[in-house]
Design a protein around this ligand. Structure first.
Ligand code: SF4
Length: 372
């Protein structure tokens, strides 16, 4: 197994597995040589265009590159053009069961359609959807879920399994390849993280279609973050995965924040500042939690991939913050502002964040590194 096949660089890297097919989703291309793309899914009622568009705008602002909406009925499929014209990132339609809705979504301008081979119906239906996608020039995602595998596959492997998930995806791929349709992205998701990782590793050994990573039913903010970071992170670390969604039972903007944190932590891509805070201990001389909070808020609009450390005391803080681009080191009543390991100012505790931002602003050319 090859580890870290994604190149690493400070600002942006690409999925470097040379053989992964290229697939274009609207304006975003994934596959060999392209950045790992960050996605999310709206939690609004798709038919409520205003709420859906408003949520997508917040997702775009947070760094979402592809957005998916649920299309549970004809009315949801009918509003896709209206949503699409109001947003600037590719729009994916999520379909379960009804292949007619997939056809409608394609007709209404979806940039990709996600279908579940376990519940879309017969091979003929799958082919009908693929032919429509072919005509529209858009890809399909074959989204395999361990919980909804075809009956015969479940029976063959005596329950949901990684092997069964791969078999389900390959079965759908063969049907599509039969009609020469190869504009395909695959996802293999389970709520069991080991099964998810194993299925994706197995699939990558056998097939070069791009993989969309995710863990289903990842859970609430804390459990979801941990589970997704382990599942998605361990695959990305092996160079597997061309796009992903962190699923959380929370505001989807949190999914985007988490996704960028995973990419940043693995040094695959970065976007915006990274805050490093000391864990605090008995030497802490400031209210570090509120200080970190303030720093985080002040940095929201900065796009540059800088590292900012927030430390709780002058004993070890300066040493531990040495590697960061900027740092605040709290002290009794007064604290230090550091730049590239050097102390550049000593200021009153209540002026620390303003002084930090002043230093950061000096470094960023006007309007560069800032959200438009
Ligand atoms: S920087 Fe200071 S307060 Fe923070 S963990 Fe280190 S010693 Fe403790």
């Amino acid at each position: 197994m090859t580890f870290l096949t994604h190149q690493t660089s400070e600002s942006q890297t690409t999925s470097a597995t040379p053989s992964v097919r290229e697939v274009r989703i609207g304006t975003v291309t994934i596959g060999s040589g392209y950045p790992v793309a960050v996605q999310s899914m709206t939690s609004t009622d798709t038919r409520d265009v205003r709420a859906t568009v408003e949520q997508i705008h917040r997702l775009e602002e947070a760094g979402c590159e592809i957005v998916r909406v649920a299309v549970p009925d004809e009315d949801a499929a009918a509003v896709l053009p209206e949503i699409k014209k109001s947003i600037s990132i590719p729009l994916v339609a999520d379909i379960h069961f009804h292949h007619r809705l997939a056809l409608k979504a394609i007709q209404n301008g979806a940039d990709k359609v996600r279908i579940n081979p376990g519940n879309i119906g017969s091979e003929e239906r799958l082919k009908e959807v693929a032919r429509a996608a072919q005509d529209a020039g858009i890809p399909l995602r074959i989204g395999v879920n361990a919980g909804s595998l075809e009956r015969d596959i479940v029976d063959k492997y005596q329950g949901p399994s990684a092997r069964g998930m791969v078999e389900s995806a390959l079965r759908a791929i063969h049907v599509l390849e039969d009609i020469d349709f190869r504009n395909v992205v695959v996802s293999l998701k389970a709520s069991d993280i080991r099964m998810t990782v194993e299925a994706n590793v197995l699939f990558r050994q056998e097939c070069n279609y791009p993989l969309h990573l995710g863990v289903t039913e990842a859970g609430t903010l804390r459990t979801g973050l941990v589970r997704s970071a382990i599942g998605i992170g361990s695959l990305l670390f092996q160079g597997i995965g061309e796009t992903f969604r962190v699923s959380l039972t929370a505001d989807p903007v949190e999914e985007i924040k988490a996704a960028w944190e995973i990419l940043r932590s693995l040094r695959i891509r970065s976007r915006g500042p990274m805050i490093i805070a000391c864990p605090t201990c008995g030497r802490c001389e400031v209210n570090l939690l509120s200080l970190v909070d303030e720093v985080e808020k002040a940095l929201t609009k900065v796009r540059a991939p800088i590292q900012v450390a927030v430390m709780g005391c002058v004993v070890n803080g300066p040493g531990e913050a040495r590697e960061a681009d900027f740092a605040i080191v709290g002290g009794k009543g007064q604290g230090l502002i550091m730049k590239k390991g050097e102390v550049v100012a000593k200021v009153q505790e209540d002026k620390l964040v303003d002084a930090l931002m002043e230093e950061i602003e000096k470094l960023l050319p006007k309007n560069r590194g800032r959200i438009k």
